[in-house]
Design a protein around this ligand. Structure first.
Ligand SMILES: [Zn+2]
Length: 256
């Protein structure tokens, strides 16, 4: 009897765990997206995102049963918002929990430009990364205030203890005009809104080998992650397909 009760308790906990804590409706997700990019987005009507320049973009492709790989390679705007990003402390990610890796390429290209024709490069500005510790020039986009936000991130990381901030420099790079290895889609580095920190503190899922499951590894201090999240950047260390030196500006994943 006692064992049966315990089994029921475990089952109840499993059911609760399978429903994301912040499960949101389509309207709430789209509201969140519009609020996250006020310079570009005006509103949505549940079917389309309306841009301030008058452009309307469909939020859905009508395909409800896409596989994980299909969403990685060809995400709709709604797919982009589908997986909740765990802000703050979190354990190792569940299998295929990659919040932020589904990206709708036309959406980001319209906002930041296409690096293959020089449009991204026209909006780059120079900031100094960690002026008190490293002090080198880094080129990032000014669109959506990303350069200003990174300056704030840099100033806060600069206040950390030396052993913590050592993971944040030298940086491995910002702008890199090429697709993500396993998706074929433009990397957020192609828009100059992602930064890779110190390679020596970095762990990457592809380095763990292609076994049946991917063992999680991380050496990026929690303090650095918290600072980036407060300024609108998500961390690649919260993905099942982890990339722990990687941070990208994705305020729609963090907005409440
Ligand atoms: Zn990266």
């Amino acid at each position: 009897m006692k064992a049966a009760f315990r089994a029921m308790q475990i089952l109840a906990a499993l059911v609760a765990a399978s429903v994301p804590a912040g499960a949101q409706t389509r309207t709430e997700l789209l509201d969140r997206l519009v609020r996250a990019y006020p310079d570009f987005l005006a509103s949505h009507d549940g079917k389309q995102i309306l841009w301030r320049d008058g452009t309307a973009m469909p939020v859905d492709d009508g395909l409800d049963d896409k596989t994980f790989d299909q969403r990685l390679r060809d995400a709709s705007i709604l797919d982009q918002l589908r997986l909740p990003y765990p802000v703050g402390a979190s354990g190792p990610p569940a299998v295929n929990a990659d919040p932020g890796r589904f990206r709708n390429e036309p959406f980001f290209t319209k906002m930041y430009g296409d690096c293959r024709n020089g449009a991204v490069q026209r909006n780059l500005v120079t900031i100094t990364w960690l002026p008190r510790s490293w002090g080198k020039a880094v080129r990032v986009t000014r669109i959506n205030g990303v350069a200003d936000r990174l300056k704030e991130v840099s100033a806060e990381i600069d206040q950390l203890e030396p052993e913590l901030k050592a993971a944040a420099y030298p940086i491995a790079g910002v702008l890199s005009c090429r697709p993500v290895a396993d998706t074929g889609k433009m990397s957020m580095h192609g828009y100059a809104v992602a930064i890779d920190l110190n390679l020596k503190y970095s762990d990457y899922w592809l380095w763990a080998g292609r076994g049946k499951s991917i063992p999680y590894k991380n050496r990026m201090p929690r303090e650095i992650v918290d600072i980036f999240e407060r300024h609108g950047f998500i961390w690649g260390g919260k993905w099942y397909h982890y990339d722990t030196m990687h941070f990208e500006y994705r305020p729609e994943m963090l907005a409440r």
